[in-house]
Ligand binder design. Structure first.
Ligand SMILES: Cc1cc2nc3c(=O)[nH]c(=O)nc-3n(C[C@H](O)[C@H](O)[C@H](O)COP(=O)(O)O)c2cc1C
Length: 312
């Protein structure tokens, strides 16, 4: 028997695999056994009803997906009335992903969703701070700390902070999130990117720029997970380009305690379950009795382990 459980900020998950916010919905219940997931992470909800960005919202690029969805949201009332009751009969903890344009609005939403049936709040701080210049909260260390402090004061639930990879030094942001009271980090949201249709000379997305996700981003985000896991004491959840059990294991070796699967859900909707099925076999093949043994187990010689390496 292999032990797949992992601990994330006060919660014990049956296994380390869960969907990434916005890539999973109630309709997945007709495709996979939701009870087998480590956790259920819901689509980001915002305080107001939002209709999302102009079309086209999704385009494919080599090895990745480029999307500019704009967080369409039906608001907290819909969430409480429809989404939470839907997940209530399922065993995995429900993680409510939230986003807002100010620290106050983030806190208000966290308080509103701190109800039975929600096990943790995932703060998607990769969204624009409307009280500053519109840069994402998680692009600025002081904004990161401030918003997390404010959310922390509004809820007693664990807070998972979802960072953006669109920064120079993600360890500075990770430390700010830890100082602000985050219980775990998700590394990371989508990479800011762009594509242009050379026949029409127009951007391929209605939102002009969008988020790059999928296989091509994995080495970049993996590097960030490695750096963050060494910079903070918090558990790190790796998210970026995970399609297979080997991808999930790679993230855990880099220091992730758990993983989130995003784009792969659109291509192979059973990816999360396939990884959960394959993980015990992988562990057994390596003589490991517990998934936790993978966390940070990458073998690196101290001398060859700089905090920063040149990219060239
Ligand atoms: C279509 C789409 C919608 C997404 N919606 C959200 C969202 O609502 N909230 C959020 O925090 N992340 C959202 N994400 C980001 C994913 O949760 C994940 O962080 C990202 O896709 C990287 O993982 P991947 O490479 O496995 O896709 C979305 C991603 C995609 C592709």
């Amino acid at each position: 028997m292999v032990d797949l459980t992992v601990k994330i900020g006060g919660l014990t998950l049956a296994n380390p695999v869960m969907p990434g916010s916005g890539t999973f919905s109630e309709s997945m219940a007709s495709v996979i056994d939701i009870n087998r997931l480590g956790a259920i992470v819901t689509k980001t909800i915002t305080p107001d009803i939002r209709h999302g960005n102009p079309q086209p919202r999704v385009t494919e690029v080599t090895g990745a997906m480029l999307s500019s969805i704009g967080i369409p949201s039906k608001g907290p009332d819909h969430y409480l009335a429809e989404i939470l009751p839907f997940y209530a009969p399922y065993r995995p903890p429900v993680v409510a992903s939230i986003s807002a344009g100010s620290a106050e609005a983030f806190a208000g939403l966290a308080a509103c969703l701190s109800v039975p049936g929600v096990a943790a709040i995932e703060a998607n701080i990769s969204c624009p701070n409307l009280e500053a210049d519109g840069r994402a909260f998680a692009m600025v260390a002081s904004d990161t700390e401030k918003v997390l402090r404010r959310i922390k004061s509004a809820t007693s639930l664990p807070i998972w902070a979802k960072l953006t990879p669109n920064v120079g030094d993600i360890t500075v942001i990770a430390r700010a999130a830890e100082a602000g009271g985050a219980d775990a980090l998700i590394v990371a949201n989508a990479l800011l990117a762009m594509a242009i249709n050379v026949e029409t000379f127009r951007p391929r997305l209605g939102g002009i720029m969008g988020g790059l996700t999928g296989a091509a981003v994995k080495p970049v985000i993996l590097r960030m997970v490695y750096q963050c896991a060494r910079a903070v004491k918090l558990p790190v959840i790796g998210c970026g380009g995970i399609f297979t059990v080997e991808d999930a294991v790679e993230y855990m070796l880099a220091g992730a305690t758990a993983v989130q699967v995003g784009t792969a859900n659109f291509i192979h909707p059973t990816t999360t379950i396939d990884i959960i099925d394959a993980l015990p076999k992988f562990l057994a093949r390596h003589g490991l009795v517990a998934a936790e043994r993978l966390i940070g187990a990458v073998r690196v010689d101290d001398a060859a382990d700089p905090l920063w390496a040149t990219a060239g």
